[in-house]
Design a binder for this molecule. Structure first.
Ligand code: PEP
Length: 255
């Protein structure tokens, strides 16, 4: 279960938040082996989160919301995978729809970022998803996400670990959650594409997250779907009780 904080929380707020989240999950006896918990703070909070995680020996992991496709040099404002790895980050988001639309990142940039993450020992979380316009223009709404997957994973080194996040753009931050059936339909197509790209075994071992207005009251139905292995959570990851409840979705009725 991954919380994408976006451009929220100073490093001081991040410390207080992670401390309270860890206490809440400890009180609830959360089993991190069963459900991994990852947070994606802004870059400016990563060092503070690292210090807290190391000092208090917390089991949650963290990552960057983006990374540069370059290693170092004249790229003002960018953050390299090497810097994230040096801060103990495990993951890096790649191609979040806000990066694709606001920052104009295309599939080639995302592919280069996947490669850069892997080069520095990070697990890329490749985000894919269609806009409402793209969904409404077709009977096969998985076309765009599958094409983004194939482009992003081009020339993937043998054995490289990646995570996929299916995030329909029309469901991000809008309160419009895809139905569990809609999410599963696309995630099944993504899994089938993974089989073609990586083979059965690696495809089965690759986690596919769903993202888009996930909340405590809809996470259980989404997680029941066979090709959905976790969630990438935006808004609800900023509320400790909501995020802790999402993390503990197995305790919800029927799971
Ligand atoms: C996201 O930003 O990745 C996201 C899914 O946001 P939200 O949960 O707020 O829709």
């Amino acid at each position: 279960m991954a919380g994408n904080w976006k451009m929220n929380m100073t490093h001081l707020q991040a410390i207080a938040f992670v401390q309270k989240l860890a206490w809440t999950l400890k009180d609830a006896d959360h089993d991190y082996e069963q459900v991994e918990v990852a947070v994606f703070p802004p870059f400016t909070a990563l060092r503070s989160v690292q210090t807290l995680v190391d000092t208090d020996k917390l089991k949650l992991v963290y990552g960057g919301q983006d990374l540069s496709q370059h290693d170092s040099g004249a790229y003002t404002g960018d953050i390299s995978g090497e810097f994230l790895a040096a801060l103990g980050a495990k993951y890096a988001l790649v191609g979040h729809s806000e990066r694709r639309t606001i920052h104009g990142e295309d599939d080639a940039v995302c592919q280069a970022k996947v490669q850069a993450a892997l080069k520095h020992g990070l697990v890329p979380v490749l985000c894919v998803g269609e806009t409402l316009e793209q969904r409404e223009a077709t009977d096969t709404p998985w076309d765009v996400p599958v094409a983004q997957l194939r482009a992003g994973l081009a020339e993937l080194p043998n054995g490289a670990e990646i995570v996929l996040a299916y995030e329909p753009v029309w469901a991000i931050g809008t309160g419009k959650v895809a139905t569990a059936e809609q999410a599963q339909e696309v995630c099944a197509a993504l899994r089938a594409a993974l089989v073609e790209e990586l083979g059965e075994e690696r495809a089965a071992a690759t986690r596919i997250l769903y993202g888009g207005s996930v909340k405590p009251d809809n996470v259980a139905s989404i997680m029941r779907e066979p090709d959905i292995d976790g969630a990438l959570v935006g808004g609800a990851s900023l509320k400790i009780d909501d995020f802790a409840s999402i993390v503990r979705y197995r305790n919800h009725v029927g799971i």
